[in-house]
Design a protein around this ligand. Structure first.
Ligand code: C5P
Length: 410
């Protein structure tokens, strides 16, 4: 089940490190190759010899060990891996990665990698609950680090609470789950729009909106993480380009439409951009001047509807076209009307009433609406919503003919 997968296992300093030995055995039984990096503190709990015997490989320890660097540089270590697993992940190694510090081989390999990282935290309950660790955990999750555990229970230090490392079996399941999820959309092409559009009035002024792009970017990232060849067409946002995604930066709705057309064919298109409905009929060549009287009249013309164009793209139409509907009332009724009007397959209806804090915020409350069913999703982070949408897309694209929305009225 893990045949040929290459795991770089970072063993940090915690009493739970003894359980990591069992994890290595089970990973290798399932066909994975495991290479271990042992931190200095980790070596107080398990010996390099035990790790070498179980991995069947040399154990890597010191960043500036010249022999290690000559044989296998720290960059190469993570380049050669499909997944980095940190077990046990101490409060210290979480803090290092959250703050970008790299002062030993383990933290350097973690910082130098573009591969997914799975952490299995293990620490005293008070350390786990400390605001610093809470912040580091949130930061790492936001950046895409995966976590398994910690569990609740009796701890080696005599206390009770969250902080016990997940059992080897659970870590194994999380690793297997990651690889199963990672390949679900392999060979598929996906297109996502995100962010606002800026429609120029003159060389310095524009009409725009407050869309942050967080939801669209999270969807693109989740599609790429599931193996889809993903193009993100984004308006101006203050977000980094998501990893593994071909990102095209545009300003106006017309540019966004052209970039979307150029990205076809694609099996799935998700339109999360807050496209300006109108643009100034003409852009002044020079900056408009205040002198000379009153405000300049601004005539507006309608922008192209990108979602509707993709849904009507004839032979180029993606098999699954998904739009958003930001509503403040009558969510489902308005979303259903939009589904019909735009000709798309699903609508994610978004409750953007001011009290929800959805617009520009990190969390969202969505309804997935299809022609024959709807699924309310609980309030969740936009990242989680991205992953959930990808679950549904994978079920639909990989699924039986006429696949219904999960949870749809039968
Ligand atoms: O019509 P309305 O703006 O409410 O529809 C929202 C949905 O349509 C979103 O998915 C949005 O990305 C898409 N849309 C678009 N092009 C437009 C307007 C909206 O793609 N010009």
């Amino acid at each position: 089940m893990l045949d040929g997968k290459r795991i770089l296992l970072v063993v940090a300093g915690g009493i739970a490190a003894y359980k990591t030995l069992e994890l290595i055995r089970r990973l290798r039984e399932r066909g994975a190759g495991v290479r271990a990096v042992l931190t200095r503190a980790g070596a107080e709990f398990v010996t390099p010899l035990s790790l070498a015997a179980l991995t069947g490989d040399k154990v890597y320890g010191e960043l500036f060990d010249l022999t290690d660097e000559a044989e296998m540089g720290h960059i190469q270590l993570s380049r050669d891996a499909d997944l980095l697993v940190v077990a046990p992940a101490t409060a210290d190694i979480m803090a290092k990665l959250a703050s970008g510090r790299a002062d030993d081989l383990a933290s350097t390999a973690l910082l130098a990698t573009d591969k997914p990282v799975l952490m299995a935290p293990a620490m005293n309950v008070r350390m786990w609950e400390h605001p610093a660790t809470r912040d580091n955990h949130a930061t790492l999750r936001r950046r895409g680090t995966l976590f398994v555990g910690p569990n609740q229970g009796d701890m080696a230090c005599g206390e009770y609470g969250f902080g016990r490392m997940a059992e080897p079996e659970e870590i194994l399941a999380a690793i297997a789950g990651h690889f199963a999820a990672a390949g679900r959309l392999a060979g598929r092409r996906a297109l996502v729009t995100s962010g606002p559009t800026f429609e120029p009035l003159d060389p310095v002024r524009f009409l725009g909106n407050r869309s942050s792009g967080r939801q669209g970017h999270a969807i693109a990232e989740a599609l790429a993480a599931a193996g889809a060849e993903t193009t993100l067409v984004t308006g101006p946002v203050a977000l980094p380009d998501p990893p593994g995604v071909a990102t095209v930066h545009v300003e106006t709705a017309e540019e966004m439409l052209a970039a979307c057309r150029a990205a076809l064919p694609a099996e799935v298109a998700v339109c999360a951009a807050a496209v300006a409905d109108w643009r100034p009929a003409r852009k002044a060549e020079q900056k408009l001047k205040k002198d000379g009287g009153g405000a300049p009249p601004v005539a507006l013309v309608a922008n192209p509807d990108i979602l509707a164009s993709l849904a009507a793209a004839g032979p180029q139409r993606p098999a699954l076209v998904v739009g958003f509907a930001a509503e403040t009332e009558n969510l489902e009724a308005h979303a259903r009307a939009k589904l019909a009007k735009k000709g798309c397959d699903w609508i994610l209806a978004n409750d953007v009433s001011p009290q929800t804090g959805t617009f520009g915020g990190a969390e969202t409350t969505l309804y997935l609406i299809g022609p024959d069913g709807s699924e309310p999703w609980p309030k969740m982070s936009k990242r989680e919503a991205g992953r959930r949408l990808v679950d549904r897309i994978a079920e639909r694209l990989g699924g039986a003919e006429g696949a219904r929305l999960p949870g749809a009225a039968q």
